[in-house]
Design a protein around this ligand. Structure first.
Ligand code: UDX
Length: 439
């Protein structure tokens, strides 16, 4: 059992704090938002993440998970202090470290004994050194700064935290290594190691891992685009490639590009980090360019089919950047909306979770429907931007009767080509043959 403080109760801080409480530690979460702290004390989970609520309630009830706005009392007994603070991207793509360094300075003023201070936020290479320097300016008390990046996927964060593929710990301080090793023992299984390294390597591991996955997806998107030109089927190519264990099946699904709060931000930050050191990450540059084009891939297909789209009406299935989340950050659907409306088209959209968030950002630029069928009424075509389960087995007769003509552009390849052949719809997807209905 350890006493832990987690500073920042965003997505990463909350999952981290709750999961450490679940493994028997005493955790105090600190946030400057008094209103949010009060709500959390009452058991309200401020984010949507499957399975978090059960663990949250249990650990609050059993008094292992507490909340406060006061930094000093929270860290007094804490052996380990996690920094889970926002690092928003600046204009040039670099991560803004002012929250992290501000708290580091505050910690320097109040620590009275050795503390392990852990960077959990995704931060550029060299941040641990900057955090150390900010604390050192304020105190002579010994401390260790550790880089311990998170690899949580939205929608699977609790499972990813409790059953990690690996845990990366960046520190060369022996005392900190022992403490972190003890803390993470409950999460370690055969073949899923705790990997110790220096701080900078740990920081870079996070960016390199996310950028590699983004590259893997982007590579497949380009292969898919080429499949369309030469008449190959990307499903078969993906199957054939993925069966090579060196490649693997995951993250090979082509579509309308990656989005979300992590991949676009981390890929841009790695590019910027390279630039700062006069290093041109040319592969990352290409990934960003290809993804920018891929996000509006359905636009090209729509223009090819219709020519001028001024006055056309489109139904859109999916607004979230991926299924099972209400997150619309860097969602390809929104880029598509932008391009279509710019050309005079109107859009009615449906998403099972993300409509409220979209309304907050683009308001009545588009119309919203209450289910996936209502959205189709009188539309010239259906566009699919997110692969929600509810879209995968629809009533095609209903689709055909509501659309002006039975035309579907699918940016996530949610239908099997053999099945769709029988449905009597025009169907254009990514990297696969376009199905034209028999007349
Ligand atoms: C990601 C990483 O997976 C996680 O380890 C990291 O710490 C945070 O960023 P997340 O953003 O929640 O997690 O989503 P993820 O499921 O990884 O998908 C990212 C994007 O890639 C989505 O836009 C998704 O649609 C896209 N994607 C994913 C594909 O286009 N094809 C694939 O095969 C997989």
């Amino acid at each position: 059992m350890k006493n832990i403080a987690v500073i920042g109760t965003g997505y990463v801080g909350l999952v981290t704090g709750t999961c450490f409480a679940e493994t028997g530690n005493n955790v105090t979460c600190v946030d400057i938002d008094a209103n949010k702290v009060e709500r959390m004390k009452g058991g309200e989970v401020p984010i949507y993440e499957p399975h978090l609520d059960v663990l949250f309630e249990r650990n609050i009830k059993q008094e292992r998970l507490k909340f406060t706005t006061e930094l000093a009392p929270a860290i007094e007994d804490a052996e380990i202090i996690f920094l889970a603070l926002p690092t928003p991207p600046g204009e040039d793509g670099s991560a803004d470290l002012s929250y992290v360094l501000g708290v580091a300075k505050d910690l320097g003023k109040i620590i009275k004994e050795f503390k392990v201070i852990v960077d959990k936020s995704t931060v550029p290479v060299g941040t641990a050194d900057q955090v150390s320097a900010a604390i050192r300016e304020e105190t002579d008390i010994p401390f260790a700064v550790v880089s311990n990046p998170e690899f949580l996927r939205e929608g699977f964060a609790v499972d990813d935290f409790m059953n990690p593929d690996r845990v990366v710990i960046g520190t060369e301080d022996e005392k900190a290594k022992t403490i972190m090793n003890e803390l993470y023992q409950p999460f370690i299984r055969d073949g899923h190691p705790l990997i110790f390294m220096d701080e900078k390597s740990a920081e870079l591991t996070k960016y390199a891992a996310n950028s590699f996955l983004a590259t893997k997806i982007t590579f497949m998107n380009e292969v898919a685009n080429f499949c369309e030109i030469v008449g190959a089927d990307v499903d078969r190519v993906r199957e054939g490639m993925g069966a090579d264990t060196r490649i693997g099946h995951r993250f090979l699904y082509p579509g309308i590009g990656f989005g979300g709060s992590c991949f676009p931000k981390d890929v841009s930050a790695l590019m910027k980090s390279g630039n700062d050191h006069n290093f041109n990450f040319s592969i990352i540059d290409a990934v960003l360019n290809v993804n920018n084009q891929q996000r509006i891939k359905l636009l090209d297909k729509v223009l090819d089919h219709f020519g001028d789209i001024e006055g056309k009406k489109f139904a859109l299935w999916g607004l979230a950047f991926k299924p099972d989340t209400d997150d619309i950050r860097e969602a390809p659907a929104l880029y598509l909306v932008d391009e279509l409306t710019k050309r005079g088209a109107t859009i009615t959209a449906f998403d099972p979770e993300a409509i409220d968030n979209v309304k907050n950002v683009i308001g009545d630029k588009i119309e919203y429907a209450k289910n996936q069928y209502e959205v189709l009424d009188g539309a010239d075509a259906l566009l699919i931007a997110t692969e929600w389960s509810v879209f995968k087995n629809p009533d095609f007769n209903e689709i055909k009767s509501r659309l002006k003509s039975p035309i579907i552009f699918d940016g996530r390849n949610i239908f099997n080509l053999n099945d769709i052949r029988e449905k009597g719809v025009f169907y254009s997807s990514i990297g696969r043959q376009t199905i034209i209905p028999k007349v």
